[in-house]
Design a protein around this ligand. Sequence first.
Ligand code: ADP
Length: 225
Amino acid sequence: MIRFEQVAKRYAGGHEALADLSFQVPDGEMAFVTGHSGAGKSTLLKLIGLIERPSHGTIRVDERDLGKVRASGVPKWRRQLGMVFQDHRLLMDRSVFDNVELPLLIGGFAPAERARRVRAALEKLGLARYERQLPAALSTGEQQRVGIARAIVARPRILIADEPTGNLDPQLALEIMGLFGEVQQQGTTVLVASHDLPLIKRMRRRVIVLDHGRLVADLAAEEVR
Ligand code: ADP
């Protein structure tokens, strides 16, 4: 369970990105976070990843107060998370295989298990033939898929994705969202920030709507149409 309790975030410079934000996401649920550009979607996800810290309020995951995770504990916390960014953040001097293997190396998996999981993830994302390539040799959409393979390879408890389909054509975007749906069905809690309303509607999942940092709607899957 992810729980935001009256969370606010004010960036240095005084801009209030989130205000009085309270909601919870049960384990194993998939939810979208949507809203205009600047509504606070990225900030919300960054708070879960401890990339940013709230100015007020509490974020709990299960009963754990993320505010109590110190800087030294952040890497350990992130091992439970898969994170997908709009600008994929791949290591450009490492092969596709090496990029996807990274979370497994950090997680201490044995080499044979790492290879097995990396290949399964690449296969799933239609990237098997690029295993030895550098990311620069791939298209934007393919690079984005490498980022997604890296995020799911260690089977995280929570997957957060920030505009993961922003650079993809509609067909590929739908496939990628479908893939997140599969990840959810395997028991991962999935939170996806997206402003692609037609795509969100097709997915029929819960939708949390932000407007200028405030929660203005929280639609259950069956209310989405
Ligand atoms: P979204 O993802 O919905 O586009 P963001 O969370 O990126 O929204 O941004 C919310 C608001 O916070 C915006 O007004 C943005 O300009 C501001 N903001 C985001 N990151 C920073 C930062 N590092 N420093 C200052 N302001 C920021």
